[in-house]
Design a protein around this ligand. Structure first.
Ligand SMILES: [Zn+2]
Ligand SMILES: [Zn+2]
Ligand SMILES: [Zn+2]
Length: 403
């Protein structure tokens, strides 16, 4: 055993009760703590060593001194082995604690990822709820800002105005092969003037589509789909106020401080009353107005619109028109092309809802029935797939991002 004085400096030289040793354990993670036992052993070793040093430095030793030196060295040896035992047990305890701590940390990580998953689930639930919001929900104010879906789309029209959307669809399907071009097509639908709208997951896909159609000699042209202005609903506008008065108040009391570059005239010519709704003879009604995206953002974000002496809740308006003659979404009965009526209760063609003779039977969804989809629900139900699809198409056709 090495007991030379030069080595002593290496030992932790401690004075009082439990203190942190300067050294670190081998794995560099566990800090080793000194104890009163270790310290008292160290003091005793120190005393022995200093006595040995004195004796040795004085020169010649008699036999008694030699005996004393060897007994002192034995004592030091015992002290060191005692300390080694103490050290081992401390290290063992420290490692155990470290392992426990690790388990805790792992559990903590697990807990936080569980919380994250829970949050995501809740967000999704809210989103799903928002996607199936009714007018009543809109009025109640559970609906937050609409987030448009991240799809891109292109409109394709025939140069020959006698061609139909069906012709255009067939032509497009002849010249475009989604499999070869690796396109992620979200949908294809017919629009006015013999056109079709194709939506894809990415803008790149739209570029590929455009190039292919433009290079072909198919007589088709591509166009950016014309997007509609967003609509908002203002709830509880006093009935005795004229439309223009309401619009002026919206500008002066809500818009001018938020969009200082928008003049009153520019504002008034950029918005349009779509329609009013509410009970006849009531003191207040709802205004559904078409507004530019920037105005919609400013208004919907503030949740209420100040109009004269009142404030009215404001929401995004995404209800899709359903035709009460044919029960299809996207047009009103005024412009319906169907010859016969469809019943909204039993889903059968040939009679109106009022004339229905099977009112005691459970309802069937007329819209879904027409497309041979599951239809064991009321026409216009919140969860009706046809209604959801129509709302999805509507939201995608609105320019929520623009100026
Ligand atoms: Zn119709
Ligand atoms: Zn019926
Ligand atoms: Zn349905």
């Amino acid at each position: 055993m090495d007991s030379s004085p030069s080595r002593r400096g290496g030992l932790p030289h401690c004075s009082s009760s439990p203190a942190v040793a300067r050294g670190r354990a081998q794995d560099d993670e566990v800090e080793i703590y000194s104890t009163p036992e270790i310290q008292s052993w160290m003091n005793s070793i120190e005393k022995c060593l200093s006595e040995v040093t004195t004796m040795v430095s004085e020169g010649k030793m008699n036999s008694e001194q030699k005996l004393r030196v060897s007994s002192l060295c034995l004592k030091v040896g015992r002290g060191v082995s005692q300390m080694a035992v103490q050290y081992q047990s401390l290290k063992h305890k420290a490692l155990q604690n470290y392992a426990t701590l690790q388990t805790f940390k792992e559990n903590e990580d697990l807990a936080s990822s569980l919380t994250e998953i829970k949050q995501k689930l809740e967000e999704n639930l809210i989103k799903q709820k928002q996607e199936s919001t009714s007018f009543a929900d809109m009025v109640k104010g559970t609906k937050t800002l609409i987030r448009p879906h991240a799809t891109s789309s292109v409109a394709i029209y025939p140069r020959d105005s006698t061609k139909t959307s069906e012709d255009t669809k067939n032509l497009v399907q002849n010249i475009v092969c989604p499999e070869e071009m690796k396109l992620k097509v979200r949908g294809l639908r017919k629009i006015r003037n013999g056109g079709v709208i194709i939506s894809t997951e990415t803008k790149d896909d739209i570029q590929k589509l455009k190039q292919t159609v433009e290079r072909s000699t198919s007589g088709l042209t591509v166009d950016e789909p014309r997007k509609r202005k967003p609509r908002i609903v203002i709830i509880g506008v006093p009935t005795d106020m004229a439309e223009i008065e309401v619009f002026k108040c919206i500008y002066e009391q809500n818009i001018v401080d938020k969009l200082p570059n928008l003049t009153k005239d520019a504002f008034l010519s950029s918005i349009k009353l779509s329609h009013k709704s509410g009970k006849r003879d009531a003191d207040s009604c709802n205004f559904i107005i078409e507004v530019p995206a920037s105005v919609r953002r400013a208004l919907v974000n503030q949740n209420r619109i100040y109009i004269n002496w009142t404030s009215c809740p404001v929401r995004d308006f995404t209800l899709v028109t359903r035709c009460f003659k044919c029960q299809q979404y996207g047009h009103a009965s005024k412009t319906c092309k169907s010859i016969t009526s469809t019943c909204s209760h039993c889903g059968a063609e040939g009679h109106t809802t009022q004339e229905c003779s099977s009112k005691e039977q459970p309802p069937k969804c007329a819209t879904c029935k027409r497309y041979n989809k599951p239809h064991n629900h009321k026409t216009g139900d919140l969860d009706c797939p046809a209604r959801k699809a129509a709302e999805y198409r509507y939201i995608n056709s609105v320019d929520y991002e623009g100026a």
